[in-house]
Design a protein around this ligand. Structure first.
Ligand SMILES: NC(=O)c1ccc[n+]([C@@H]2O[C@H](COP(=O)([O-])OP(=O)(O)OC[C@H]3O[C@@H](n4cnc5c(N)ncnc54)[C@H](O)[C@@H]3O)[C@@H](O)[C@H]2O)c1
Ligand SMILES: [Zn+2]
Length: 362
C-alpha cells in the first residue's frame, strides 16, 4: 500500500493499493472518530460489485450505515440526485459529525462530495474511487459539483475529503474503454510533470491496457499519479496558477467533447487534445520532432487517438466559450519537453496561428 499525504485546507491521506475495500471502515473510523452514522453513496453499476464489502467493513467499526444508490452515468449528475442524498441524511437525523462515503467513479465522487459539502454546511466525506479517472484525478483535490442543462460542472464547491481509499483491484471490473479513457489522464501527468512515470509507461507500453492485469504495476502507476496531483493541489488548491497545468490537452479536448454533444468520451477527447497541442508545438519548433513522435506513440500504445478532424477555427471559437478562460486571452498548457509544462497566455488570434503552425512561437 502507498500512503500519500495531502496538506491543503484539510490535511488527509490517500491510500492506494490492492484489497483496501475490506479495511475502509477502519480508515473511516480513524478520520472521523465522532461519527455514528455513515451514508454510502454509490451507483447502479458499482453498488452490486462493491457496496456490501464497504458496508460490512463500516458496520464492523460500529457505524450505522445508510445507502443511496443512483442510476450510473453523467445524466444523473444533477440537483435532483443531490436532493435525494440530502433527504436520506435529513430523515436519518445525520449531524455535523456524521460521515459520507463516495463509492464509484468521478460522477459519484463529485456528487457525494457536493452533498457532503452542503449538508448542514459541510460534513466529512471519504472518497472511495473505483474508476481509473476517479483514482488519479477526480477523487483528489476537493473539486465537487453537479452539471446544469447549460453546462457541465456549473455548480459546486471546493470540499476536501477526509481520506481517499483507492483499492486498485476495482480496476479489474472496469470496462476496457473506461480504463483506456483513464489512461489519457495518467499520460497527462507523465507529460506535464513526471519523467519517472513517463519512463515506466514507455517501458510497459508493449502491454497496452494489459497493464491492468498486473496489480503491483497498477498500484505503482496510480500511486505516482496521485502523488503528482497532490503536489499540484498543495501548491495551488484553488486553481489560480499551477493547477491549470492539469488542463493539458483539455482546452482543445473540451471543445471536441462539447462539439460531439458529449458522445465522444472525455479521455478520448483529452488524448486528441494532447495530440493537437503536440503537433502545434512541433510545428512551432519548440518541441523536438523526436520527442513529439515519442509522445504520440505512447498515447497510441495505450489505445488512444492523437488527432481529430476539428478545424483550428472551431477549436479557437469553442475554447473562447469555455468557462475556464479568463478575459480575452486563453491559458494554453504547453509541453515542450516531457515532464515540463508551461502556461502560455494567448489571444484567440495567436492561438489560431499556433494551431495552424503559422509561425507563432509557443
Ligand atoms: N472533481 C474533479 O476534480 C474531477 C476531475 C475529473 C473529472 N471529474 C468528473 O468525473 C466524471 C467522470 O468520471 P468517470 O470517468 O469515473 O465517470 P463515471 O463515474 O461515470 O464512471 C465511468 C463508468 O465506469 C463505471 N464504473 C466505475 N467504476 C467501476 C468499476 N470498478 N467496475 C465497473 N464499472 C465501473 C461507471 O458505472 C460508469 O459507467 C465527470 O463527471 C467529470 O466531470 C471530476
Ligand atoms: Zn480530464
Amino acid at each position: 500500500m502507498i500512503r500519500t499525504p495531502v496538506k491543503a485546507s484539510k490535511t488527509y491521506e490517500i491510500y492506494t493499493g490492492s484489497g483496501l475495500l475490506d479495511s475502509c471502515g477502519k480508515v473511516m473510523r480513524e478520520v472521523s472518530p465522532q461519527s455514528t452514522k455513515l451514508l454510502i453513496i454509490s451507483e447502479s453499476n458499482v453498488a452490486p460489485l462493491y457496496l456490501d464489502r464497504v458496508k460490512d467493513s463500516a458496520v464492523s467499526e460500529g457505524l450505522e450505515v445508510f445507502t443511496f444508490v443512483f442510476e450510473a452515468g453523467e445524466a444523473s449528475k444533477n440537483i435532483n440526485t443531490i436532493s435525494g442524498m440530502w433527504g436520506v441524511m435529513a430523515k436519518a437525523g445525520f449531524t455535523r459529525t456524521d460521515l459520507v462515503a463516495a463509492l464509484g467513479g468521478g460522477v459519484t465522487g463529485d456528487m457525494a462530495g457536493f452533498a457532503a459539502a452542503t449538508f448542514l454546511r459541510g460534513i466529512n466525506v471519504v472518497q472511495i474511487p473505483t474508476s481509473l479517472l476517479a483514482m488519479v484525478d477526480a477523487s483528489v483535490g476537493g473539486k465537487t459539483g453537479i452539471d446544469l442543462p447549460e453546462g457541465k460542472n456549473q455548480v459546486g464547491a471546493f470540499w476536501q475529503p477526509s481520506a481517499v481509499i483507492e483499492d486498485t483491484d476495482c480496476l479489474k471490473t472496469l470496462p476496457d474503454e473506461v480504463f483506456t479513457e483513464g489512461m489519457a489522464e495518467v499520460i497527462k501527468y507523465a507529460y506535464i510533470m513526471d519523467t519517472s512515470l513517463y519512463s515506466l509507461l514507455e517501458e510497459k507500453a508493449f502491454l497496452g491496457i494489459g497493464i491492468r492485469e498486473n496489480a503491483t504495476l497498477m498500484e505503482r502507476i496510480v500511486g505516482m499519479c496521485v502523488a503528482d496531483k497532490a503536489d499540484v493541489i498543495m501548491s495551488d488548491e484553488f486553481d489560480n496558477g499551477r493547477r491549470q497545468t492539469l488542463n493539458y490537452g483539455h482546452t482543445v479536448g473540451h471543445v471536441i467533447e462539447r462539439n460531439s454533444n458529449f458522445t465522444k468520451p472525455h479521455g478520448v477527447c483529452v488524448a486528441k487534445g494532447m495530440g493537437i497541442i503536440i503537433d502545434a508545438c512541433e510545428k512551432a519548433g519548440t518541441l523536438a520532432s523526436e520527442e513529439a513522435s515519442k509522445m504520440r506513440a505512447l498515447i497510441k500504445a495505450y489505445g488512444l487517438p492523437v488527432d481529430d478532424d476539428i478545424t483550428p477555427e472551431d477549436v479557437v471559437s469553442g475554447a473562447m466559450n469555455d468557462k475556464k478562460k479568463r478575459g480575452n486571452t486563453l491559458s494554453v498548457i504547453l509541453v515542450n519537453k516531457i515532464g515540463v509544462s508551461e502556461i502560455k497566455k494567448m489571444t484567440p488570434d495567436e492561438f489560431l496561428k499556433f494551431l495552424k503552425g503559422d509561425g507563432a512561437s509557443c
